[in-house]
Design a binder for this molecule. Sequence first.
Ligand SMILES: [Zn+2]
Length: 153
Amino acid sequence: MNTVNISNKEGYERYQMPELESRVKNLGKYNNSYIENLPRVAQALHLNYEVLVKYFGWTLNTQSKFDKKTEEVQLKGEFTNDILKETLRKFIDKYVLCPKCSLPELDFQCKKKTMRIKCRACGHSEICELTDRVYKSIHQEDVISTKDKKTKA
Ligand SMILES: [Zn+2]
């Protein structure tokens, strides 16, 4: 398995993630694309993979779904590995790297109606706009999982 740096900056080599693996499958009338290792990539980014599944669909303007059996993401249409990697790179730049120090050390701190990012490395902290679909999705996941914990306890 190849790994790549999470941050593009030099000197940040200790932050590694698996390189995104994908393939295109010809289904006769149309093509589908499959991301083969998204849960592992998401794990390296400390993210819930479901947020990334949604992000690929939104950004590439297509249907995306996660197959729990094969653990693959299925995207309707043909998307090259380069396009998918570029999409992931944009996500990382915007949502994973700290806007101040560019380290992938962000924590999402959720409250009922607000969320803020806090960087474990430099201490930078700011409120997230929950009108942003990605932030909203991360916030929702957290609210749901907190509820789960409460009902189970
Ligand atoms: Zn920082």
